[in-house]
Write a protein that binds this ligand. Structure first.
Ligand code: NDP
Length: 298
């Protein structure tokens, strides 16, 4: 293997430690803790694990965690009422509604109800528009975490060619916007892209956010490319095993022979997402309370 491993787990731990220092300073200055509210509707086991983990890490960072659980058959109006109360609550700086929502709820409508200045997931149209037009706003946590890893590895990204595979609103599109803002030359690939391997081969930076296990092969890559694997896919269990292995969207075995640097799965992008969520919530707290935070401090 020739590629350097980008250790997202270690990077996220350092970021959380910095956040804890600034959260304590915020509490001294504002006379209250920064607060993050997480709303879970229903009892999807994966969502419950995420929400528990978010709550635990929020408290460990010295911030207040407010968890709100609604039953799976709650009405959309009940959820919208809760979001309105959180919007109005001065102790709540950030609001995250755990997705997916039950089928009888309109996700777009619920997200739109979140105050854009508390939208720490960066999913509202207002924050997507701010990102697209270069205004200050909240950027979705996973792509912002990917950008932090890329800048830590490569420094200045200006002039580099980047391919983002995937065009979802939560990963692919904001990732491409962030890279464009860093003056990369960006291509967005998707399921209708012709000759994806050729497109990927031209890139100094490859971000794979597809949801297809081990799709990107080593021989698709430009030698030395920096590869960020966002995918989280569980393979079917091997004989006798209780659960299957977790793999990314990149075939790590072959890609790590060709790439200059690569994120592993698990331990790459995954741990960054919650750390960036805490970062966004703390930034929101400073803005809401009018407490200064040095640019780039977290
Ligand atoms: P979506 O399903 O919303 O989007 C997937 C994208 O991949 C679509 O744009 C789709 O194209 C494209 N795509 C699908 N098949 C192909 C193909 N054969 N060739 C090229 N492009 C293809 O997924 P998300 O963006 O939400 O997530 C992507 C992955 O990242 C998933 O594995 C998810 O689990 C993971 N993830 C990880 C997070 C983390 O914290 N690490 C957070 C969020 C997601 P089209 O638009 O044409 O359909």
């Amino acid at each position: 293997m020739s590629a350097a491993i980008i250790d997202g787990k270690a990077f996220a731990a350092e970021l959380r430690a910095r956040i804890a220092v600034h959260a304590a300073a915020f509490e001294r200055a504002a006379g209250r803790k920064a607060g993050l509210a997480v709303v879970l509707v229903g009892s999807d086991p994966a969502s419950e694990v995420y929400v528990r983990s978010k709550g635990k890490q929020t408290i460990e960072a010295g911030m207040a965690s407010f968890e709100h659980k609604l039953p799976a058959d709650a009405t959309e109006d009940a959820l919208l009422d809760l979001v309105a109360r959180l919007n109005a609550d001065p102790a709540v700086d950030g609001i995250l509604v755990q997705l997916p929502l039950p089928a009888h709820m309109d996700e777009t409508k619920v997200i739109a109800a979140i105050d854009p200045d508390k939208d720490v997931d960066g999913f509202t149209v207002v924050n997507a528009g701010r990102l697209a037009t270069g205004l200050d706003g909240f950027v979705p946590c996973t792509p912002l975490g990917c950008l932090m890893l890329l800048k830590d590895r490569l420094g200045d990204l200006a002039g580099k060619t980047a391919v983002v595979i995937g065009r979802s609103n939560i990963v692919g599109k904001p990732m491409a916007q962030l890279l464009l803002k860093e003056s990369c030359t960006v291509t967005i690939a998707h399921s209708r892209t012709a000759d994806l391997a050729r497109v990927v081969r031209g890139a100094d930076i490859v971000v794979a956010a597809v949801g297809r296990p081990e799709m990107v092969k080593g021989d698709w890559l430009k030698p030395g490319a920096c590869v960020i694997d966002v995918g989280i896919n569980r393979l079917p269990p091997a004989d006798g095993a209780a659960k299957g292995r977790l793999v990314g969207d990149v075939d790590f075995a072959s890609a790590s022979q060709v790439a200059g640097a690569i994120t592993p799965v698990p331990g790459g992008v995954g741990p960054m997402t919650i750390a960036v969520l805490l970062r966004n919530a703390l930034v929101a707290a400073h803005r809401n309370a009018g407490v200064a935070l040095a640019a780039g401090a977290i």
